[in-house]
Design a binder for this molecule. Structure first.
Ligand code: FAD
Ligand code: THG
Length: 814
């Protein structure tokens, strides 16, 4: 049996010990520097509010499991979970509308919830001032976790199965044999270990540096205060129950509330970000009860108190009695950090985890360690989701601070980071700026969403042939009707798209072909010049990514990938005779697509670009005028055309060349919104949004990329052979109302019952409707009518055969 050492006996470490031992791994030692189980970490003082509903399906699933598990825990002192329910109130129209959106997430992810009138809110929570609120959202299964009890109850269960808990034992270092962990070093000596899990809470980032690992988290102080006795609460709660009113969120003022018998606890995010300096932490917390508590800074709390008393008038006769600035972790994207160190096998992390998500994170980590993969999708929490740029201290600090400020804000799904923009720009950036590009940010890259230079063209098209959808103020944020014209023009004429941010690797060496055959599902061992669409699966058959693999030389492949996690996965499996290199930044890529693409490019290219000479899904190395390029006849927008790759120094010359060659054909630059709508029309999935490792290829509708019959065994093949037919499948749905817009994650109803959810969507210029992907029960058939609730309003849509546009592939193969 593998020996596991868990660093940290907070809510995460104890829960993990429970999950590991429950799966038949008894040899687990949990060590903590502090006493058990009030160790002094964040868990020891967490007020334990558990709101399950989250924009992220994964985080919601983590929270649901925490609630389910904690409800069933037993502790001699009383409850570990008190399901008082959760209530979020709105004091602005924007928030009220957003609560409808949130209610949609709850439906999509299976959390019971209901929107309430102000009167209903007050009858649930009589302290709330009826006149201050416009409505609320109530989730009856939410509640309070007694975090230290929950930790102890889980620890005792783990102990009964063989686990050991060692208080007052600081882990000073990791013992390794070069590539693997073999133990942890403490003042009392070494504890042997095959696996070490860092669950050290906000100390984790500092600790992980010892083993060369950057954990993008920032320890931040957050204020929590308890009032004195409140007359209206006297007699309501027994000492044992502590609370009966729902936990309350007043997000417009960055506040949350819970009862402590006849007192109220108030948490505030309304203060400035207060990152904690780990170098002076010991001194800064010296006079406090715990090393995770900073002295209370009263002046930072003053506005929070006024806002609290404004919502809850009963507070006016009270005051703060006890308060502290508690420390916990913030990350650049608000998600946890999970996974195994790539360069040090056996070193795992489970970090930046709220009490709310703790049991879910622990379960997924245990599954990952024992079974090789978690049973639910965790890519949003993956240790290797971060681009290199996102691991710099400056980036981590600035983005995590922004995440703190925005923690309760209404965040639009297309709202992009404002901190640290302009870091990664393609060689086309200067030209794009001149053309009035509106930039989105993705993976640190500046990506044009649409171009103001196309405004006049759009106006003209809307006068003549096109109709612009009428979008409400929410759906038209970070959006422009110009994108509709750009998409239309691509289908009718030709457009150029900046594909530089598309992650690409060179896979080279004598073992390259065999390696890619084993890693991916399709047959990539084809002639030089072939391009293959293929999948990376995990061992359970889940889709980790979809790739294009171009064979540029017998032993050299160019792989078009999706995220740093692909690099991570390939690196972990790579034999020594294969070299894997990320070539994204040193190269650039321009997509030139549309019926006129050949007419634009052929006159500038010495090679024959005719359909017969340069077939679909082939690649060649050639020239455009004097510029050396690799041209790939691939089109994610589903049109005739090429991805043109060049070394970065040729980038601006390449842009100018194509723009000039395209002028007689009316070429335009086009942005991400048009791009997205075209790929949805064409039935192409976007990994991470439409499909994840939670889905098998057949469910996601991409099993055409799986060659079960190929000679080489590939990762995931056995799992696919044993798989049952999927219970739900990804479908294209087309809205009936030309003005209906959805943005993603909306619940989908079949026969009045919520049966699935939207993944991505775009307005299709070709069919004049919004098209969306949705996960739906597999019996739902083409032609069936469904209803999608967008911020509370129902819109009907029809399940459509795929692809919606050009099923015969005549546009691409010509
Ligand atoms: P911790 O509980 O901090 O445990 C980590 C443990 O690791 C500590 O016990 C520490 O002693 C130990 N350790 C560290 N380094 C070493 C080492 N080298 N050797 C040995 N041991 C080590 N979350 C919610 O879900 N709901 C809330 O309402 C909520 N409210 C909060 C309010 C405040 C004021 C604060 C500060 C946080 C709140 N949180 C809340 C967040 C939550 O408390 C934390 O995210 C969570 O408790 C973290 O759990 P953990 O097990 O990862 O870390
Ligand atoms: N271009 C390149 N690589 C990529 C993408 C890309 N890698 C990541 C991501 N995008 C992969 N996604 C797709 C999805 C569909 C197609 C290409 C990349 C595609 N599919 C055709 C189809 O389904 O009809 C071809 C299928 C086949 O012949 O097997 O074109 O945008 N370089």
């Amino acid at each position: 049996m593998p020996k596991v050492v868990v660093i940290g006996a907070g809510i995460v470490g104890t829960s993990l010990a429970d999950e590991l031992t429950a799966r038949g791994w008894p040899d687990v030692t949990v060590v903590d520097r502090g006493p058990l189980f009030a160790t002094g970490g964040s868990t020891s003082h967490a007020p334990g509010l558990v709101f399950q509903t989250n924009a992220s399906k994964t985080m919601t699933a983590f929270a649901k499991y925490t609630v389910e598990k904690f409800n069933a825990l037993e502790h001699p002192d009383g409850w570990a979970f008190n399901p008082v329910g959760g209530l979020e109130v709105a004091t602005t129209p924007e928030r009220l509308a957003d609560l409808h959106r949130k209610a949609g997430w709850a439906q999509s992810w299976g959390v019971e919830g209901r929107l309430l009138t102000p009167a209903e809110c007050v009858s649930l929570h009589p302290l709330v001032d009826r006149d201050r609120i416009l409505g609320g959202f109530h989730t009856p299964a939410d509640g309070l976790a007694k975090a230290v009890r929950a930790a102890e109850a889980q620890a005792r269960r783990a102990e009964a199965r063989g686990a050991t808990f060692r208080p007052h034992t600081e882990v000073l270092g990791i013992v390794e044999d070069g590539r693997r962990v073999v133990g942890v070093r403490t003042a009392d000596g070494v504890i042997d270990a095959d696996i070490v899990v860092c669950a050290a809470g906000f100390w984790g980032a500092q600790f992980a540096r010892q083993v060369g690992l950057v954990l993008p988290l920032v320890p931040m102080a957050h204020q929590y205060a308890r009032t004195g006795q409140i007359a209206d609460l006297v007699g309501r709660n027994t000492d044992l129950a502590e609370a009966g009113l729902p936990i309350l969120r007043h997000q417009d003022q960055d506040l949350y509330f819970r009862e402590h018998v006849d007192r109220l606890g108030i948490g505030s995010y309304s203060h400035k970000p207060m990152p904690v300096d780990m170098a002076t932490l010991m001194a800064d917390t010296a006079g406090e009860p715990m090393p995770s508590m900073m002295p209370f800074t009263e002046e930072d709390f003053a506005p929070a108190w006024r806002a609290a008393a404004d919502l809850l008038p009963a507070l006016k006769d009270s005051k703060v009695e006890e308060a502290f600035n508690g420390i916990f972790s913030f990350t650049p994207d608000g998600m946890s950090i999970m996974g195994e160190h790539r360069e040090l096998a056996g070193f795992w992390v489970a970090e930046a985890v709220w009490v709310t998500h703790s049991a879910g994170v622990a379960r997924a980590t245990a599954e990952w360690i024992i079974d090789g993969a978690p049973s639910i999708d965790t890519h949003e929490c993956d240790l290797y989701r971060f681009e290199d740029v996102a691991r710099s201290p400056n980036f981590i600090m600035q983005t995590s601070s922004q995440a703190f400020v925005e923690v309760y804000d209404v965040i639009h799904p297309h709202q992009y980071r404002t901190a640290l923009r302009g870091l990664r720009t393609s060689p086309f950036h200067a030209r794009q700026t001149e053309l009035g590009a509106h930039f989105y940010e993705g993976g640190g890259w500046e990506r044009p969403a649409w171009f103001e230079s196309n405004a006049a063209l759009a106006e003209q098209l809307f006068d003549d042939v096109l109709t612009a959808p009428r979008r409400d103020s929410w759906a038209s944020k970070f959006w422009s009707p110009i994108s509709v014209a750009e998409a239309h023009w691509t289908r009718e004429h030709v457009a150029m798209y900046d594909m530089t941010p598309l992650t690409r690797y060179e896979v080279a060496g004598p073992g390259a072909a065999a390696f890619l055959q084993r890693m991916t599902t399709n047959n990539v061992d084809k002639s030089v010049g072939s391009v293959t669409y293929t999948l990376l699966l995990d061992h359970t058959g889940g889709v980790r990514s979809d790739l294009t693999v171009a064979r540029l030389a017998p032993d050299t492949f160019q792989v078009g990938a999706n995220s740093p996690m692909d690099f991570d996965w390939l690196s972990r499996h790579k034999p020594d005779d294969v070299v894997l290199r990320d070539i994204t930044g040193g190269t650039c890529c321009l997509g030139v697509w549309g019926p006129s693409a050949r007419d634009v490019l052929a006159p500038r290219c010495p090679d024959d670009l005719s359909h017969e000479a340069f077939k679909y899904f082939r690649a060649i190395h050639t020239y455009l005028d004097a510029i050396p390029v690799t041209m790939m006849r691939v089109s994610y927008v589903g049109e005739l055309g090429w991805e043109i790759y060049a070394s970065a120094e040729y980038g601006s010359a390449l842009w100018d060349l194509v723009a000039e060659a395209g002028t007689p054909h009316g070429i335009i630059p086009a942005g991400r919104i048009a791009f997205n709508s075209l790929r949805i029309e064409k039935g192409y999935r976007s990994w991470g949004t439409d499909m994840t490792a939670e889905h098998h290829p057949a469910a996601a509708g991409i099993d055409f990329a799986v060659r079960l019959a190929k000679d080489t065994d590939f990762i995931g093949k056995q799992a696919l052979l044993q798989a049952k037919p999927p219970a739900s499948v990804l479908r294209s749905i087309v809205f009936d109302d030309a003005d209906a817009a959805v943005l993603g994650k909306e619940p989908v109803f079949v026969d009045g019952v919520c049966a699935g959810y939207v993944t991505s969507a775009g307005y299709s210029a070709t069919v004049g409707r919004t098209i969306a992907y949705a996960w739906l029960p597999s019996p739902v058939a083409v032609g069936d009518v469904v209803s999608v609730h967008y911020r509370g309003a129902p819109y009907t849509a029809t399940v459509h055969a795929e692809p919606v546009v050009d099923p015969e592939m005549t546009r691409i193969r010509r």
